[in-house]
Design a protein around this ligand. Structure first.
Ligand SMILES: *Cc1c(COP(=O)(O)O)cnc(C)c1O
Length: 454
């Protein structure tokens, strides 16, 4: 027996042509979503959980339309992935064309131009004008794993340093690099060895200047790890899952300089912050840093799975032939989607758009912070903005409030995500295809949700 959804027997057209409105025709979740959720519970393990039990039927612009016909405002982009919008026209066209031509040969067997072209484009777009190479993979975690392999191969050293509040993925090595126990690591060990964690820069909570925070981290690395053992330091220029933490000015440049002086490979994990999200191609640009290796994923292919490691030619070329790759890495359909995504960013002026969205978000949320002492900080860059919620009396993180506010916004048809080591951060990552009015309406709902929650 199967449950028929409203749309199962007709072609669903998403993309920017969808009516750009918040429209609730049922309570959320609606009856079709409830039926599908029951099937999910019977077929999919509980470990794969969902933020909202609302099943998608179509999406585009700034909305997700569910199987009951509700139209939700999307402030999450499927975790910073649909930066160019869902089913963006150039992406949908390129995917269809490539799928009709060929879907897979394996780049390691018979290569194809799309892969090479994505590599050329990322070599040009990542910070620095040195000679670069790019290898393609499927997920952010896989890119991070390969960055570590490459750094070890180049340096002949084994240790890797990651930072407090870091998130790098869910595979064994990337769980080891990730800071937070629940839900990412608990019960899944033992983890990969030779991973060391040091303090980061979290200005709202540590009050340190960038250089002071860098000195603290470097001291700990030198004393506890030893540069002679250290292959790489890996850091998100703006931490994502950790709470959209923007390090104090000067922190990243100091770590980069120190790494370079000591023959340590500096890896910028730009899986979440890269590809126009913060108003630049890469968040590293805001501080003028040039990483040795950069990981890219989420926003790069308009929703198709693709990731990359881009870096200095001499580092990237250190691994032996056959040492890097994977069956699906740089799949031709995903590469076609990536090229169309990069074209869309340029054609639609999405770097500027990310900056404008950021201004709209920070103006509204900044005003909210003035009125409501529970808003401890509004931070981020471009269209990657977060609100850290606290107990006004103590400054302690208020995770229950973040959860309640997100839940209330969900019930009103706004998709908003939480994050943060303490779970007390609301994060806003709207697709850059969202219209100003719709974004404003989403913020209205969020503001009302906060006002109504005590
Ligand atoms: C999401 C994320 C990853 C992991 O990417 P997956 O595609 O989920 O494996 C790694 N690093 C950062 C910074 C991320 O935000």
């Amino acid at each position: 027996m199967s449950v028929t959804t409203q749309v199962s027997d007709q072609a669903v057209v998403g993309g920017p042509a969808l009516p750009q409105e918040r429209r609730l025709v049922t309570a959320l979740p609606g009856p079709r979503s409830v039926e599908l959720a029951a099937r999910q519970r019977a077929a999919v393990p509980g470990g794969v959980s969902t933020t909202m039990p609302v099943f998608a039927a179509a999406a585009g612009g700034g909305v997700v339309v569910d199987v009951d016909g509700n139209s939700l405002i999307d402030l999450g982009s499927g975790i910073a992935v649909t930066t160019v919008g869902n089913s963006a026209p150039l992406v949908a066209q390129a995917v269809g064309d490539q799928a009709a031509a060929f879907t897979h040969t394996c780049f390691m067997i018979t290569p194809y131009e799309g892969y090479v072209e994505v590599a050329e484009r990322l070599n040009a777009l990542t910070p620095g004008d040195h000679d670069k190479r790019t290898a393609l993979f499927n997920s952010g975690a896989e890119a991070v794993e390969n960055a570590v392999k490459i750094a070890r191969s180049y340096t002949g050293r084994t240790a890797v340093v990651a930072f407090d509040h870091a998130y790098h993925g869910r595979t064994n090595l990337t769980m080891a690099l990730t800071a937070k126990n629940q839900p990412y690591k608990s019960g899944f060990g033992p983890f990969a060895s030779e991973v060391y964690r040091v303090p980061t820069s979290y200005p709202f909570r540590d009050g340190l200047s960038g250089p002071e925070a860098a000195r603290r981290a470097i001291d700990q690395i030198e004393k506890q790890v030893g540069v002679e053992n250290l292959a790489a330091v890996i850091i998100e220029p703006i931490q994502g899952e950790g709470g959209f933490i923007v390090p104090a000015e000067g922190f990243l440049p100091a770590i980069v300089d120190w790494a370079r002086e000591n023959g340590v490979v500096f890896v910028a994990d730009e899986v979440q912050s890269g590809i126009a999200r913060t108003g630049t191609w890469y968040a590293s640009e805001h501080e003028g840093i040039v990483p040795d290796l950069v990981t890219t994923a989420k926003g790069v292919a308009g929703g198709l799975p693709l990731s990359a490691v881009t870096g200095r030619a001499e580092i990237m070329d250190a691994a032996h032939a056959g040492g890097l790759g994977g069956t699906y890495g740089g799949n031709p359909v995903a590469c076609a989607a990536a090229l169309a995504t990069l074209d869309t960013i340029v054609a639609d002026g999405l770097l500027e758009r990310a900056t404008a969205v950021g201004e709209q978000l920070t103006a509204r949320l900044g005003a909210l912070a003035e009125r409501d002492a529970r808003v401890g900080e509004v931070r981020g860059r471009g269209a990657m903005i977060a609100v850290e919620l606290v107990d006004p009396a103590t400054g302690e993180p208020d995770a229950a409030l973040a959860k309640a506010v997100a839940g209330a916004a969900h019930a009103e048809g706004v998709i908003v995500l939480t994050c943060g080591t303490y779970g007390n951060v609301l994060r806003l990552l709207p697709p850059l295809s969202i219209a100003d009015e719709l974004l404003a309406e989403g913020l209205d709902v969020l503001e009302r949700a906060l006002g109504a929650t005590r």
